[in-house]
Design a protein around this ligand. Structure first.
Ligand code: GDP
Length: 327
């Protein structure tokens, strides 16, 4: 494969070349990894900085409906939109609950939109790297907005928030006074909480839920990277396309403020550092899964079980094999 040619075609906004490049970055084959690295290096700094928007929500809350309506609104304004997904379920279940093309039929037919399902991977770290690389490819291609979707499961929100400029949390209207068990950590990540399905019979509940969340957000620590009023809660209806323009305006206001105050660039820098450290950690952990280290771990594990060596002494032996000094 001619990587320089692939680069040129991506820069000429050839969608098939983009799809091919994403397939390349998703591949675990060492020769593909090398080509992917070369391509990303050739494209570094090309294109534009897209608005990267992370979106999380539990299954059924209306993510695909929202992305379709929101995406169509943006393409209607002449913006180009890419949709990527981080699907933590695909590794375990073998099936994907996200990023399925058929879920967003109208948007997937829109020439200004590009939808890519989540890569199936064995672990979230692999998905994270591949999604980050796909984001970079989409930026080089020239998309204005890159939406990165995930379900509200485990660590996947952190992964998506750490590669987004803005993080949206989509919630459904909830009866009662429970805050839907949304974990505080996830609330703290959100820049805007959108209570979806604010239509028909659900509207009054949605408005009440929104007020509950607005109250909860006010109790959170004030973030220096936010202007007054953020993070905020709003109601939308993805089905009726109601409130989407207001939500987009709020995202714009937050982005402008952060850009003007240096927080936007600072966030991207902090994210680069975060991913650098994550990759180093994952690389070190991967060393334990193969070769002499793995053999030693298996063998010493049995010795620890039988009581013939202490856990610390056994660990020291493994680390010595890796040339790592634990002290
Ligand atoms: P996802 O699993 O988060 O992607 O959710 P979907 O987009 O597939 O939506 C789940 C269900 O909620 C579907 O039956 C949608 O029609 C419905 N839904 C999504 N958005 C809205 C909305 O704005 N209002 C109403 N009333 N229903 C919605």
């Amino acid at each position: 494969m001619d990587i320089a040619d692939l680069r040129d075609r991506i820069l000429k906004q050839d969608r098939r070349a983009l799809a091919r490049a994403i397939t390349l970055v998703e591949s675990a084959r060492p020769d593909h990894r090398a080509m992917a690295a070369e391509l990303l290096e050739l494209l570094r700094g090309a294109g534009r900085q897209a608005q990267r928007i992370g979106l999380s929500g539990t299954p059924g809350v209306g993510k695909s409906t929202f992305i379709e309506s929101f995406g169509m609104m943006l393409t209607g304004q002449g913006l180009r939109v890419a949709v990527l997904a981080v699907d933590p379920s695909s590794a375990r279940s073998g099936g994907s609950i996200l990023g399925d093309k058929t879920r967003m039929e109208r948007l997937s037919r829109d020439p200004n939109a590009f939808i890519r399902p989540s890569p199936s991977q064995t672990h979230l770290g692999g998905v994270a790297r591949r999604t980050r690389e796909a984001v970079a490819l989409c930026e080089a291609f020239g998309f204005d907005v890159v939406l990165i979707e995930t379900v509200g499961v485990g660590q996947s929100e952190t992964v998506v928030a750490e590669m987004s400029d803005l993080f949206l949390l989509l919630l459904a209207p909830a009866g009662g006074d429970e805050l839907q068990g949304v974990k505080r950590g996830i609330m703290e990540m959100a820049d805007i909480i959108l209570i979806n399905k604010a239509d028909g019979d659900l509207k009054p509940t949605a408005i009440r839920t929104c007020a509950d969340y607005a109250g909860a957000l006010r109790l959170l620590r004030k973030r220096p990277q936010d202007p007054t009023g953020f993070p905020k809660a709003m109601t939308v209806s993805a089905v009726e396309q109601d409130g989407l323009d207001t939500a987009w305006a709020e995202m714009g206001a937050l982005t402008t403020w952060r850009r003007d105050n240096g927080h936007w660039d600072a966030r991207r820098v902090a994210q680069s550092e975060y991913w650098f450290h994550q990759e180093v950690r994952q690389g070190v952990l991967a060393l334990l899964e193969k070769g002499a280290a793995k053999d030693a771990i298996d063998r010493l594990g049995r010795d620890v079980s039988s009581g013939s060596i202490t856990p610390s002494a056994a660990a020291d032996k493994v680390l010595a094999l890796l040339n790592v000094d634990a002290t």
